[in-house]
Ligand binder design. Sequence first.
Ligand code: NAP
Length: 505
Amino acid sequence: MFDENRVCAVVAESSAQEALAAARLALRRTRVIELRLDFLASEDEFAGLLRGIQPLAGQATLIATCRRKEAGGRFEGSIARQIARLVLAVGSGCSWCDLEIETVERLNAATLRKTLGDVRLIISSHDFARTPARLGQLRRRLESAGGDLVKIAAFTRNYREFVRLLQTAHGRSNVILAPMGDLGQPGRILALREGSPLAYATVTRAVAPGQLPIETLQSVYRVERHNRRTQLYGVIGNPIAHSLSPLMHNAAFTLRHTNAVFVPFLVRDLGDFLKTVKPLRVSGLSVTIPHKQQILRFLDECDPLAAEIGAVNTVVCRAGKLHGYNTDHLGVLESLGRRIDLEGARILVYGAGGAGRTVAHAVGRAGAHVFFCARRPEAARAAARDFGAEVVDRKDLRDLDFDAIVNATPIGMMPRGDESPLDAAELRANLVFDLIYRPMRTRLLRLAERRGIDTLSGVEMFVAQGVAQWELWTGENAPVKAMRAEVTAALAREESQAPPRRGDS
Ligand code: NAP
């Protein structure tokens, strides 16, 4: 139905001029545009838009929507005025109208068709608080209203709701999915894979929680190529928005022409999320903060090295079973191990979570003496016991020298890039290694540089662990150079846009 483009750009602006500019911008990426008539501030702006869209109508499929307030839109006029706006929009070239079920049910379907003229109809439902309990019933209600397609926009409070919503489109071609909310956001990426005929995206601003920019959907996730055979990978964590894993892994899939997508999942409750693995046919996962240790109890099998470290950052899903691995270990050796001779080196690990334990295990095996310092002394003691390391009190750091200090806490990670886990006076080492890779130059690394200490960002480790993950999932050699280039380019872009920071000279 929308063969040429399956991503619909939503144009929602208060003035005709802005709406037309946004529509022209959208045309660079898609031939399907939704015009949110309810966003226009006045009848004059509405008239201005109508005058301007006629030339666009020949170039794109235009969907007119004048969403009423009670369905989450901005239109406060009567139903008669709402329909009158749609009639004029159809007269100006819109070939589709989207109407909320509440309005359609107040009108006679045949009369509505006659009034709107030669137009196709999307009948939609919206729930901004939850995913309706009886989705099958809701779908049938929407279908019986006499449209050409139905649309279900629903907030997903947990992954149980998420799966239920996505499954509504399985085996059908008439159900448009619009999952909402921070948990629902991956559903915007997966809608076309799950069978939705359209995925909605923003041009200038999001009009529903969780909507993503059109360039992200098309260039990073290549959603228009998705089908039921598209393999699904993802990163799970909380927070997750900072992760560059989607850029890195999707770039590798694109380069290798693999029918696969890698999606960020915000996961607060691991048990809830893992119920998606079978119904959504998940092939593999990256695991990040704070789930690397808790994931162990959900695994069907764990690689002995990962079990020994007590942290898993990679899951391979085979026939619905979860197999855990640790590729951070390799990442540490590929980065820190290339900068210093680990044999006999004194290495302080600040932070005793999953990554801290991995560093201790990797460098300890290579012959280093490991020292743990953590905000909870009992966590430092437990990690030290497990890896034959020593515990150091924070107050003693100003008097102790190390070959390398490793930050294994999230302090200094975006968006709190102005924080440092350690003070300048506590940095007594030849090298400071910050596991954080976003930003590339953390405040800790800048403090170290100012003291003339060598620094190592988490970027190299990040790329090395990602390469090993990709190879575990696909069984192929990863395109290492392309993956590194994608990550460093994104970080460089970000650094060049960052405002001057505290402590920079
Ligand atoms: P984790 O398992 O949650 O452990 C985090 C550690 O940091 C815990 O010891 C925690 O202490 C401590 N911590 C958190 N907030 C703190 C604070 N405000 N003050 C002092 N200590 C604090 O996380 P993880 O997986 O080890 O990851 C740690 C960091 O390493 C993250 O920033 C992650 O992005 C980074 N990392 C980077 C790479 C890479 O490839 N470059 C790979 C892995 C991890 P409590 O136990 O007391 O909460």
